[in-house]
Design a protein around this ligand. Structure first.
Ligand code: ADP
Length: 175
């Protein structure tokens, strides 16, 4: 029987760096669950429902990719869905320390779940949700960074927040 993996993240919003990791994960694992964390300890631009809807819109034609919202510990979610692996993406060196720490903590909590990290593609090295939000907030062109459905959602959201909105919710430094 093939392995189910969970690709957890905040996806605020989803961008091509995430999509690339998910696609490569879907080619390795029998079943990939892209898991959208509902309330991370960071301020967000999009609601959990919007982030989930955007991830769904991006992966609607993938047969072995499921999209699920979750809260609580990622390892508990893995147990609920029968996942033996957590998929993560690695960009620059700052990611490594963070991912390393989380992988060790998750392994302590649930030794049966392995963390599998894929190294980003060169062209996505700089790409983060924070960068996308910052550029979009200032009216810049993010069409090479996110799919059209996300681009539209960013425009709508910043319009909703009002003209002159340049305050972009910070997530973590590494984002
Ligand atoms: P989290 O709050 O869990 O870090 P994110 O949505 O920021 O959620 O990221 C989810 C995963 O995607 C993380 O493993 C992160 O390292 C990875 N990721 C983010 N941007 C990229 C990118 N440009 N290339 C590869 N992986 C990425």
């Amino acid at each position: 029987m093939g392995i189910t993996a969970v690709f957890p993240g905040t996806f605020d919003p989803i961008h091509h760096g995430h999509i690339d990791i998910a696609n490569r994960g879907a080619a390795i694992f029998e079943r990939l669950i892209v898991a959208v964390y509902d309330k991370p300890l960071k301020s967000l631009l999009f609601s959990p429902e919007d982030r989930l809807a955007l991830v769904r819109a991006v992966f609607n034609s993938h047969s072995n990719v499921e999209i699920v919202g979750y809260s609580g510990l990622t390892v508990d979610f893995c147990e609920q869905v029968g996942a033996k692996a957590i998929l993560r993406g690695l960009r620059v060196f700052s990611d490594f320390e963070h991912e390393f720490r989380m992988a060790l903590a998750n392994h302590r909590l649930s030794p049966g779940v392995e963390v599998v990290a894929l190294v980003t593609r060169e062209q996505h090295t700089f790409l983060s949700s924070t960068t996308v939000r910052e550029i979009a907030a200032l009216g810049g062109n993010v069409s090479s960074m996110v799919p059209p459905v996300v681009e539209e959602a960013l425009k709508r959201r910043f319009k909703e927040l009002g003209e002159g909105q340049t305050v972009v919710p910070m997530t973590a430094l590494r984002d």
